[in-house]
Design a protein around this ligand. Sequence first.
Ligand code: NAG
Ligand code: NAG
Length: 804
Amino acid sequence: MLRSLALTIIWICFTVLAETRPSFEDDFQEFGRHTNQSLLWAPYRSNCYFGIRPRFVNENPLMMGLMWFDASEPQGLNQLRHFVDIGDKLEKYSYERYDPRLGGKEVIIDRENNLNLTIHFAKSRNGENWGARISGEPLDPTKTKVPSLVMYFSQNGPAGNLGRDSTTRQDKNGIYLEGSAPELGAYDIRITDNSGEYYSGGPASEVNGDSTKPSHISFTVPDDQVWKARDIFQTMLTESIQQIVASGKKINPMSLPSALMLRNTNNFPPGSFHFVQKTFDFKEPFEFDIIFNKKGSKQRISSRNEFSTLISWTMSELEVRFNNKFSIKDLNLKQFAEETLANLMGGIGYFYGTQMVDRTTEFDEEQFEKIELKAAKEEGPLQLFSSVPSRAFFPRGFYWDEGFHLLQMMEYDFDLALEILQSWFALIEDDSGWVARELILGSEARSKVPEEFQVQNPNIANPPTLLLCFSEMLARALEYQESINKEPEDHSFTASNTDELLKRPELLTLFAKKVYPKLLKHYEWWTNSQRGFIEEYLEVLHNDVHPEEAFRWVGRTFTHCLPSGLDDYPRAQPPDVAELHLDALAWAGVMTRSMKQISKVLDMPEEFERFSQTEKKIIDNLDYIHWSEEDHCYYDVTIDDDKDELRQFVRHEGYVSLMPFALKLVPKKSDKLKWFLNSMGDNEKLFSDYGILSLSRKDEVFETGEVYWRGPVWINMNYLLLDSLVFYFQQGGDEQDLETVQKAQKLYSDLRTNLIANMYRVWGEDGYVYENYNHDTGKGTGVQHFTGWSSLIVNILGILPERL
Ligand SMILES: *[C@@H]1O[C@H](CO)[C@@H](O)[C@H](O)[C@H]1NC(C)=O
Ligand SMILES: *[C@@H]1O[C@H](CO)[C@@H](O)[C@H](O)[C@H]1NC(C)=O
């Protein structure tokens, strides 16, 4: 209270004494501390069904993970769940509501194991302490399955220590561990039962194990092996079973669950890695709590009831925050949106570790065979705070996806989105300006990636979506600044203020100032490394063409252009070193525009002028290089030596040809807008009942090969297209004729309605959001539970207007 009062007074003083504008550095620090505190704990191991670790604690990381299996059959152990895996075929693993600052609720429906699992996660208000409540019941009560839940906790590191011997207790109230680490201080963890019965179906004594009570053993596992907890558990249990069998004992089916309780058969001395296993009888639902408290904390979660209260508060606070930000009247759609957003947020992870980089391989300009990066070296460690495209399939940082994730997240929690952005910006290398396209940090992250895709190379770029997002944020902050009368507000950093940086442009400016040098480097690296060879075209192009502003994606092959993010979208055939990519130029435009905005915010008139000039040149060059007057369409271009007309258009209509529109680079008064509308609105080309297609139905390679970006509907691009329709036509598009405006209005409503209806339908049918959607049937295709950029549907539902 005092603190917030003090801040208010300071704020008022600042407003009054406008001419003596002070440094906001102190507030910025305070804001940073608040952010750190509220984001310390969360299920940041988003690759696990449920796995907790703290953010920024790298030396002595405390790791927690949950696993489960069916102990009624010997084969049950093969279905031990741990990492999210599409092969597990879970009916559902989904956050219904979630926010890393608060907590939430995850529901897991595992039909094979007959288990309906609910996990509540909640934190004390100051973010210091947390608890997880695990509740389970059978999906089908007539089936005899025996759920066995296994948790592991580990605190190693040079100075970490979790419950060796004397600091560990097990009594009728549960299991109690104590630990400490320099970054976390001293803490304790309690695991206590609320309801349920342990399995007592068989005569335990015969098999050495005893399922009527929890099993708890500890030993030592090196830090870099902790993520292999599943393998460790399986190996130890298999050994234990073999030992029972070797001793001549017969394991009858009723006592199997006891035999499947973990024992310390190797007599490992106690260590700071702990397994706790509980095997339940399905006679009644079970429930237990895992509660972490920092020693001496004023907000200790000290009882089951207190934790229940915290959970209720968390759940209702999540609801309030969602309602504050998104207005969705239809309750079914709202539930869909809330859950989809929760899963995007549930993908937020904290990653720490080394990455594989090949800095020596250069790209032979004449060579478009498969790219092999063989000179990989391990570098780092690095740290990243980021969401992931899919917890199951892509549990790591993706540069191209992340900008889209943040476009969604910033609507809910502006400050959190900026915190993530900052983490990515911090990874821009000071000397080269490079940041890897995929951040696969540490062996846990690498275990999910085939070796050939693990290696990153500094010649390879990606669409700079992070700058698209940052530019959107700055524009938003400037807008907000103009919209308010500078009324002093209460600027206490409470957990419920999540738009601090939006409301206090001074802080955002300070942030922009800090990152500017890195962004400039990044800009230079991107534009220099992707600059195209334009010389050969000069004689045939428009006299005024700007030779510097032409780009191509380095690292394309015959079949793929992975750097563009649109992998198999058709490009020039055969590939040529002198081809120029329309989308690369458009993305250079976005980057330039962002730099222009940042220099405006930072009050740097010379830089502002320079970036404005470059932006203008890029916009000119879109027309001078890529516009086909004959087709009324923008295309990639390539060199055709055999023809008189040296420049050849690479005639594919689809996401690439729409890019200047999607990225708002076409001037508002341009007569080309109507051609975009024609292309998008045409049923025989790009329009469908499920969204705008990635490639025209009339294209010769439509639906060929992998059918990845050659037909299917992608939500990130559809979001950009809708948002551009708003940008160009919301105010009636004064610069356009009536017919065009009406066409745009109709297209907007139809497209928005179609996207919502289809994604909602698919979600209703099988409970998932997908990587993309089939253009003929609307069915979900590609990766299942892809709540990365597909969650932009939440903005489409709750932020974009219903009609123009
Ligand atoms: C927040 O945590 C990071 C990582 O430990 C640290 O570098 C930063 O200084 C912290 N911020 C503040 C304001 O304490
Ligand atoms: C799972 O359990 C919860 C809590 O008892 C219940 O509300 C839900 O309907 C169950 N789900 C299924 C699919 O049985």
